[in-house]
Design a protein around this ligand. Structure first.
Ligand SMILES: [Zn+2]
Length: 408
């Protein structure tokens, strides 16, 4: 059982290779192949694994995941098992690899930019399907700082600085002033050297020169437990992300018939308008409730006035307001109201000091109709699932409760 020779250590652009199966394993019901040598990169150091195929005896077998073992072996999880001794031809998915190379090398440049400009060390790197993040050990990153780091990183990319891979003994590496030293390491360190800009120990796949990164675009900045998280995308991802952002903005701008740069101002205006329209509507609703209450009270008489009414076109807010207007400042009114716009709602209310219990009446009513509700002695509210109960049943219930309350 010896460790796998890592061909990607020396050439990040090697996509095809020949190898031999040295072990055929099974992990949790999946076939896992160990080769004597591989160009497949296993998930490690923030970079995600490659995909691709193994060609063996005329059969093409998909590699679905690649994992690093602690003992130095690399496991190739495959769609089908292959016996030890099989000669294979491996092909790495080049598009996926190039994307990973752009993101990972971009990360080195960006991390170095944050160190150089603001002395903010990177404590972790994560490569996601859509975007990547680094976590910086710092209390805060301003938008201006992020833009400065992004600018410097893109300058280093435009300068097309050569990136070299070197293997150096640990003692020698200590003298070189690396950006990051691995916690424990035996043997030589693999150094990624971006000429006169950054040198760090890393096992990942990288560009030959910074120009291959293409570009770097910073996105969200957010506070996390260990510091500040900076989201970024490089190369083709930067273009496709910017493309998607532009499409979204264009769609929003079309809704306002405005230029994309005017969208925030248009949204602010719309929000202010809808807020003031809401206020005006609330005021009208209160006035309407007041007038309705006056009219309804004028039609009643007797020592105890029980008012029942179903409003098919009004909502819960209106009947709540109405119930308050009907009962407040009186001594003898009970209002049993229902609305059917939005969620069907019942509101029971009484003037203070009477002997009925609205909360209890509402609980009983809801038990009959299959809804939920309750409240205090004076006012209670219940809701029914939309469309679950016929309006005539609600109306009949209001009448029934009203008749009971009017009995001496
Ligand atoms: Zn790295």
């Amino acid at each position: 059982m010896s460790s796998t020779e890592r061909l990607y250590y020396h050439d990040s652009f090697l996509y095809d290779f020949d190898a031999r199966v040295v072990e055929a394993l099974e992990r949790n019901g999946r076939a896992a192949i160990v080769l004597d040598r591989t160009a497949f990169y296993p998930t490690s150091g923030g970079q995600v694994h490659d995909l691709g195929t193994l060609l063996a005896e005329g059969r093409q077998i998909a590699i679905t995941e690649v994992a690093d073992e602690e003992d130095g072996r690399i496991l190739h999880f495959s769609a089908a098992p292959l016996p030890a001794g099989t000669q294979v031809h491996g092909s790495v998915d080049a598009t996926r690899r190039r994307d990973h190379v752009q993101q990972h090398s971009g990360q080195h440049v960006l991390s170095a930019a944050f160190i150089r400009l603001f002395n903010m060390p990177t404590v972790s790197f994560h490569m996601g399907v859509e975007s990547c993040t680094i976590d910086l050990e710092t209390a805060g990153v301003s938008v201006a700082q992020a833009e400065k780091a992004e600018f410097l990183a893109n300058e280093v990319i435009a300068e097309d600085r050569p990136v070299s891979i070197r293997f150096v003994p640990l003692e020698e590496a200590r003298q070189l002033g690396l950006r990051k030293l691995p916690p424990k390491q035996t043997g030589d360190l693999r150094l990624i050297d971006i000429t006169n800009f950054d040198m760090t120990a890393c096992g990942g796949t990288h560009v030959r020169a910074t120009g291959q990164i293409g570009s770097i675009l910073l996105r969200k900045i957010e506070k996390v437990k260990q510091g500040m998280r900076v989201e970024f995308v490089c190369g083709q991802r930067a273009v496709s992300t910017a493309r998607r952002d532009y499409t979204t903005l264009t769609e929003a701008a079309a809704l306002y018939s405005s230029h994309i740069h005017d969208v925030p101002e248009q949204v602010r205006k719309s929000l202010a308008e809808s807020k003031s329209a809401g206020k005006a509507q609330q005021k009208l609703l209160e006035e309407l409730a007041e007038l309705s209450a006056e009219r309804m009270l004028a039609q009643t008489s007797g020592s105890q006035r029980v008012i029942t009414r179903l409003f098919p076109d009004r909502n819960a807010l209106f009947i709540k307001l109405l119930a308050q207007k009907l009962t407040a400042g009186k001594t003898d009114v009970i209002a049993l109201l229902a609305s059917n716009s939005g969620q069907p709602t019942l509101v029971f209310a009484q003037s203070p000091g009477q002997k009925s219990n609205m909360g209890q009446l509402m609980k009983d009513a809801m038990a009959q109709l299959g809804g939920r509700g309750g409240g205090s002695v004076e006012i209670a509210q219940g809701g029914l699932p939309a469309g679950a109960v016929d309006l005539s049943r609600i109306e009949a219930l209001l009448q029934e409760v009203g008749a009971k309350l009017q009995q001496p």
